[in-house]
Write a protein that binds this ligand. Structure first.
Ligand code: PMP
Length: 457
């Protein structure tokens, strides 16, 4: 990634011009959000860091939310904010969709949880099998993390091998064997053809023997590493649209190559579509035309309620069949919870092929406009479907290594400055649109972003 000294210094000058305004941006945020500040103070006394979810934290503190309607959220100080992240992309219809609310209200009056299966879970499982070409059987979970955990156990049960291969920079939840090489810090990541596995938590045993870390979009190196370790690898886990690398696309032939390697070596190919299911009616596997053995789902399939799923081929999922002597058991007091099931089904039914086209057209338009605004600046716009991300780097992002080059402080400050203007994105500038997002909200966001990069906001 050679960057010429001149280019680097002009990029640094650009980033510095926003950083010089850091205290003004933070001061304005504090003056707009006194109630969030008070709640944050109080939360610190009861929850480490002031929140249960590390991902929502930001400096100087996160905004607390009190409501959502359509494409808007209201914060604890009563400000109406255009939401461009929708609880980590999980609400494709926006807040308070009437169809979802009606389904949920009806289910609430019938009962919220039973010690037995319900019709909604059968119907929803059928819908998922119709949508995803690789899905023939479904097991519901409470979250994406849990779905990953179950999928890995299924792969181990099927192959009799223990190891898991994953890509550096991919987050798949905090389950021990996948919580490796996740954080985008400037750690020593090793050579690209032999990434160093970096444990993601003090709570994970730092023994890398069960996790093989691979370089995304580097098929040759990936193939060599997998071939050398094939005898011990049960599953290859891949995000078709890796979130922390910038919601980027796999290069042509990459996913097809992974499919072929797994076939050759008897490894289970698992697609993590917890986010990527949002990119099209048939998910990322439909968009890219590659069939995994198992797919893990989450986020949008809960329709705003907690849900996850492992779906896959009958022969693979058969390892969980209850009538087998040796198997992979799977339980869960709230798995296939009927409220989540009806909310998820109402959401997915509203997401027709035409609705996906509209959402993706909006995403495409935002990326195009952002690219126009960013022309000549050290900013790169990435994303697929209705998902987008602004990256503070002048390099093309194609993997974890290039994603590591971003100026994180610039991104955080830009995110806070946009929040002051009434637009909510992540601190790393991930965004997405929902069906409820209006043209006017998009126009206003683009204008606010243009003012920001021209030094006006
Ligand atoms: N996989 C991916 C690709 C994700 O983005 C996430 C959550 N951001 C997870 C797994 C974990 O899902 P959950 O937060 O529902 O446990």
């Amino acid at each position: 990634m050679p960057t010429s000294p001149d280019r680097k210094s002009s990029a640094d000058d650009f980033y510095a011009s926003l950083k010089e305004r850091a205290s003004a941006i933070e001061g304005r945020y504090r003056s707009l959000t006194p109630e969030s500040a008070r709640l944050n103070e109080e939360a610190q006394s009861f929850q480490p860091g002031g929140s249960t979810r590390d991902a929502v934290l930001r400096q100087p503190y996160a905004p607390f939310f009190s409501g959502g309607e359509g494409g808007w959220v209201t914060d604890a100080d009563g400000r109406r904010i255009t939401d461009l992240w929708f609880n980590a992309s999980s609400l494709p219809l926006g807040y308070g969709d009437p169809g979802v609310l009606a389904a949920v209200h009806e289910q609430l009056s019938r009962g919220t949880a039973f010690f037995g299966p319900t019709e909604p879970d059968v119907e929803f499982a059928r819908l998922l099998c119709q949508r995803l070409t690789s899905a023939e059987r479904v097991r519901f979970t409470n979250s994406g993390t849990e779905a990953v955990m179950v999928a890995i156990q299924i792969a181990r049960g099927l192959t009799g091998r223990e190891g898991i291969a994953k890509f550096e920079g991919s987050y798949h939840g905090t389950y021990d064997d996948v919580f490796w090489s996740v954080a985008t810090g400037s750690l020593d990541v090793g050579p690209v053809d032999r990434p160093v596995p970096i444990v993601g938590s003090l709570g994970v045993p730092p023994d890398p023997s069960r996790t093989l870390v691979l370089p995304f979009n580097e098929l040759g190196a990936t193939e060599k590493l997998l071939e050398a370790n094939a005898h011990r690898i049960a599953a290859l886990l891949v995000e078709p649209v890796p979130h922390r690398m910038g919601l980027i696309r796999p290069e042509p032939g990459f996913l097809e190559g992974l499919r072929a390697i797994c076939d050759r070596h008897g490894m289970v190919l698992i697609f993590d579509e917890v986010i990527a299911f949002r990119v099209g009616y048939h998910g990322a596997q439909g968009l890219f035309g590659v069939k995994p053995d198992l797919t893990v789902l989450g986020k949008i399939i809960g329709g705003g309620f907690p849900a996850g799923a492992v779906v896959g081929r009958t022969e693979v999922m058969a390892v969980t069949e209850p009538n087998r002597a040796k198997r992979v058991p799977h339980f869960g007091t709230f798995s296939a919870n009927p409220v989540s099931m009806v909310a998820g089904k109402a959401t997915m039914e509203a997401l027709t092929p035409g609705v996906f086209r509209g959402l993706n057209d909006s995403g495409e338009r935002i990326r195009r406009e952002l690219r126009r605004i960013c022309e000549g600046l050290p900013l790169r716009v990435t994303g697929v479907g209705s998902l987008f991300k602004i990256n503070a780097t002048d390099l093309t992002i194609r993997d974890y290594r290039t994603a590591l080059t971003v100026d994180r402080r610039w991104q955080e400050l830009a995110s806070l400055a946009l929040l002051n203007e009434g637009f909510f994105l992540t601190t790393k500038l991930h965004g997405c649109v929902s069906l409820a997002t209006t043209e006017e909200q998009i126009e206003n966001f683009l204008s606010a972003f243009e003012r920001l990069v021209r030094g006006g906001t």
